[in-house]
Design a protein around this ligand. Structure first.
Ligand code: HEC
Length: 98
């Protein structure tokens, strides 16, 4: 295999793996009702998501999904989301200012 072919392949697979904050944002219309338009909640009952660590956010959402973090509000919110959705959503909130 030629060197440039390898570089091209690596570039493609990297872009597939990278989370997409814009795609994530598109999935957060319902979330904004509690977590705020820019990830800053107006009601202290709901945590702020803006500027949180992306890996932390993914872990939190997976935990609601599998029930290891038991929460009757959040479980249905993330139940139908794919792993890629969770990563994109996390990338979006992580990109926002605290
Ligand atoms: C009806 C209100 C409501 C909606 C809508 C909602 N959430 Fe939440 N969310 C909560 C509450 C309440 C908590 C705190 C639950 C707990 O104590 O674990 C929470 C917690 C979280 C956390 C964990 C934050 C932390 O600091 O650990 C994440 C991540 C999260 N929500 C993401 C989302 C996403 C993504 C959506 C949209 C798909 C969403 N939420 C929609 C109420 C809501």
């Amino acid at each position: 295999m030629k060197y440039w072919t390898l570089i091209a392949l690596l570039t493609v697979s990297n872009s597939l793996l990278a989370a997409d904050p814009e795609a994530g944002k598109a999935k957060t219309a319902v979330c904004a009702g509690c977590h705020g338009q820019d990830g800053i909640a107006t009601n202290p009952a709901y945590p702020n998501l803006a500027g949180q660590n992306a890996q932390y956010l993914v872990a939190a959402m997976k935990a609601y999904k599998d029930g290891s973090r038991n929460n009757p509000i959040m479980k249905p919110m993330v139940e139908a989301l794919s792993e890629a959705d969770l990563e994109n959503i996390a990338a979006y909130y992580a990109s926002l200012k605290k």
